[in-house]
Design a protein around this ligand. Structure first.
Ligand code: HEM
Length: 432
């Protein structure tokens, strides 16, 4: 189909659906997705200033599900997120000798290589193995809640609880010592956090794309140096952490090369904290607005898994991924040409009223709750059991130790098109 015949979004909406500010504002964006699902569920998005290549925006649950599960027709390569600007992508290609990705990782692989790499840690991330981490995670949850209680009544939940706790867990599973955590946080922010000035302390704000990519290249080099040391240690003295699994893994009988191994560490380090953090803070906001629900779950812990699952749907912290059509195809009645780029928008899909009744309501008893916040198909979140476990243990601890919780100010969301959620949540708490 000729490009001019595609159902193109008007420039304002085209800007809105990729602008970090819209994801911070949230409700107006949900209104836009409601309109698009009705009027133009597979819509062509062109940026008049050409900061990113054009793509199809997919907003209906069924279409996002279909694309996610058909990994032969819809590839992750060559570009998995939209926030890398056109110039940035060109610069990455120069730096890597052709790849648009500064980091090679599971999300940038397709079959057959993807499954070979995924299998290396898949068992490690299954509930049977994670079970043995429960004690350590619970200890971490208690230490975190201690800090909240010690703050004496009023505190920013994001700063004291939802941000540091998942970061500690992920660093613990990677075997990174606590004193190195601030450095790791800074490095992952340099690579992935770019869009919100409050969250990103890396100095990237307002830099031109080439400078940003160079900064990212520096962060990757720092990561590589750090993890090269860690790899040597884990090969000499393997333990049962995930870093030891990666360091000693082989694909087709060969150890991983440096770029692939670093990519593996980096994806685990980066994917595991902001996501879980945003869902945790979202659940707390919903509960703070609804004291009766807090009291109900305190009294009946069988409601807890529902809180965790609904928090993940309601917040949808990974807001999109991109796919590229491997052949001419069709989505929701719209013709898609080989090579076209598509945005599967999880926020839109998880607020589709055809799948979720009253989707903007936080409803812990929602059943079924087959949300797409973890994706679906071959790339479905590798850390989903860990995310659920961490959140369950934290909420068990909070419910045990906190009698009641109320909002003590205005919460604020981060400006980010890719991974986003609450960045501040002022709460007033009464310890049990
Ligand atoms: C609430 C928390 C989380 C959410 C909402 C989330 C969401 C996602 C999504 C949407 C994807 C892409 C799925 C797709 O393309 O179909 C993904 C992939 C991934 N996630 Fe998560 N994630 C979370 C927590 C974690 C944690 C705790 C870890 C690990 C420590 C993790 C590691 C990964 C990895 C390694 C991938 C790539 C998998 C692949 O491409 O095969 N995630 N996640």
């Amino acid at each position: 189909m000729a490009t001019q015949d595609r159902p193109r979004l008007d420039p304002e909406t085209a800007y809105e659906v990729i602008s970090p500010e819209s994801y911070a504002a949230w409700d107006p964006l949900l209104d836009t997705f409601d309109r698009l699902r009705e009027e133009s569920p597979v819509a062509w998005v062109e940026d008049v200033e050409q900061r990113h290549p054009p793509f199809w925006l997919v907003t209906r649950y069924d279409d996002v599900m279909r694309i996610s599960k058909d990994n032969a027709t819809f590839l992750n390569n060559p570009q998995t997120v939209v926030f890398s600007l056109t110039e940035g992508i060109e610069f990455a290609k120069k730096m890597t000798g052709g790849s648009p990705h500064m980091v090679a990782s599971l999300v940038t692989f397709d079959a057959p290589i993807h499954m070979k790499y995924r299998k290396l840690t898949q068992e490690w991330f299954m509930p049977k193995n994670l079970h043995r981490l429960e004690g350590e995670i619970r200890e971490l949850a208690h230490k975190t809640v201690d800090r909240l209680i010690d703050a004496g009544g009023e505190a920013d939940f994001c700063k004291l609880v939802s941000q540091p706790y998942p970061l500690h867990v992920v660093m613990q599973i990677l075997g990174v010592p606590e004193e190195e955590e601030p450095r790791m946080l800074m490095l992952t922010q340099q690579m992935f956090g770019g869009q919100d000035e409050d969250l990103n302390q890396s100095g990237m704000k307002d830099l031109p794309p080439e400078a940003i990519t160079q900064l990212v290249a520096g962060a990757v080099a720092d990561f590589e140096a750090y993890f090269a040391k860690l790899t040597a240690e884990k090969r000499a003295n393997p333990t049962d952490d995930v870093a030891s699994t990666i360091a000693n893994a082989t694909v087709d009988g060969e150890p991983l090369n440096d770029r692939d191994m670093m990519g593996y560490y980096i994806i685990v380090a980066a994917a595991g904290h902001d996501t879980t953090s945003a869902s945790t803070a979202g659940a707390m906001l919903a509960l703070a607005r609804d004291p009766e629900q807090w009291a109900r779950v305190r009294a009946d812990r069988s409601l807890l898994p529902g809180i965790v699952e609904e928090a993940i749907r309601w917040t949808s912290p990974v807001q999109h991924f991109m796919r590229t059509a491997a052949e001419d195809t069709e989505v929701g009645g719209q013709k898609i040409a080989k090579g076209d780029w598509l945005m599967i928008n999880y926020v839109a899909a998880n607020h589709d009223p055809a799948q979720f009744e009253n989707p903007r309501k936080f409803d812990a008893s929602r059943s079924p709750n087959r949300h797409l916040a973890f994706g679906a198909g071959a790339h479905q979140c590798l850390g989903l059991h860990l995310a659920r476990l961490e959140m369950r243990i934290l909420f068990e601890t909070l419910l045990d130790r906190i009698e009641s919780v109320e909002l003590a100010g205005e919460p604020a969301r981060s400006k980010s098109t890719f991974v986003g959620g609450l960045k501040t949540l002022p709460l007033s708490i009464r310890p049990a």
